[in-house]
Design a binder for this molecule. Structure first.
Ligand code: SF4
Ligand code: SF4
Length: 318
């Protein structure tokens, strides 16, 4: 899990080693898919929104380039499909060549051609790939994944646990190499939508599904966000996570690093993987280790994903 290490007693609080993950979310919402449950289906962005987002992404890239002492994870978590926009593709290539970047990650539906990734430094790039079988053929998605593998790009694959997609979840599990984690996000989490039988089928694929099914109690609990992980928007505003509005500062504040300290969660519940994965009490950092942003489990865990019983055991799920 990303951590920030500073020694305020030395050099007037200058960070000695900065290990930080930035979760960027700008104003764009455009998407080329039309998933029935998603408010961003086939949304289009006005040119001024795309321009504002481009400036926000450039701010993050420049910040990374201007902090050579840092060890950064940069995670683009758009509301729509980021890779439709050239400024995200360009940013990923640039960040992959930036020595302060440990990894640059993006959430994507894998709809766009991936040749541009050949310009990137592959070992520093990772993709969180969502498979939406109503919008892209299985063959096309699997072809895209093979392209990623050929480029040496780390990736996870995920689906939404819709009742009508249960068969396809199992088919996709069989179609993927055993070492590739197929995660499943609950549809209408915390509502009882998923029956016990459906849950058992999904957990045979993803033993961590139980975390997604329920809203995770978080009030007052320790969470790495606000210290080693922060949310950044297109104006450079820094918050602890996407789900807490309180401002910590701005990316351009000279004393921002000094404000990144441990703090308990102020929300009753945490509803999203990109948030609760940082809750200390869930200990999901042990399953994902260095791949926490892209949702790629540690190698030792991934190696035993091939058998459903072993999957649960390896991930610590009972
Ligand atoms: S691919 Fe993602 S952003 Fe696009 S419509 Fe589907 S769920 Fe929404
Ligand atoms: S537990 Fe979730 S809502 Fe609470 S601070 Fe962490 S990421 Fe934010």
């Amino acid at each position: 899990m990303a951590r920030l290490r500073v020694d305020p007693r030395k050099d007037g609080g200058t960070p000695l080693a900065l290990r930080l993950s930035l979760l960027y979310r700008g104003p764009v919402t455009s998407c080329d898919f039309d998933c029935s449950y998603c408010p961003f289906a086939h949304a289009a962005d006005p040119s001024e929104v795309i321009a504002a987002d481009r400036i926000g992404v450039e701010r993050v890239v420049s910040w990374a380039e201007n902090h050579p002492e840092a060890e950064l994870g940069i995670f683009f978590t758009p509301r729509g499909e980021a890779l439709l926009h050239a400024h995200y593709r360009d940013a990923i290539v640039r960040l992959s060549r930036c020595t302060s970047v440990r990894r640059v990650v993006v959430q994507t539906n894998l709809s766009v051609d991936l040749e541009w990734l050949g310009l990137a430094h592959g070992p520093r790039v990772a993709l969180w790939c969502s498979y939406h079988p109503d919008a892209i053929s299985r063959e096309r998605f699997l072809h895209q994944r093979v392209v990623l593998a050929g480029l040496g790009i780390r990736h996870s694959v995920g689906m939404v646990g819709l009742r009508e997609h249960l068969d396809e979840i199992e088919v996709m599990r069989r179609a993927l190499p055993e070492s590739v984690y197929l995660w499943v996000n609950a549809y209408r989490r915390g509502t009882g939508y998923t029956t016990p039988l459906e849950r058992a089928r999904i957990e045979a694929v993803d033993p961590l599904f139980r975390y997604s099914m329920e809203r995770q109690p978080s009030l007052g609990r320790a969470c790495a966000t606000g210290e080693g992980v922060v949310s950044v928007d297109h104006l450079g505003a820094v918050r602890r996570c996407h789900f807490v509005d309180a401002l910590i500062g701005n990316l351009e504040d000279p004393d921002l690093v000094q404000r990144l300290v441990p703090r308990p969660c102020p929300n009753e519940q945490c509803r999203c993987h990109i948030g609760y994965v940082h809750l200390n009490s869930l200990r999901l950092g042990e399953a994902f280790g260095d791949g926490v942003l892209e949702r790629v489990p540690v190698a030792a865990t991934a190696a035993v994903f091939s058998g459903s019983g072993n999957r649960a055991k390896a991930l610590g799920a009972e």
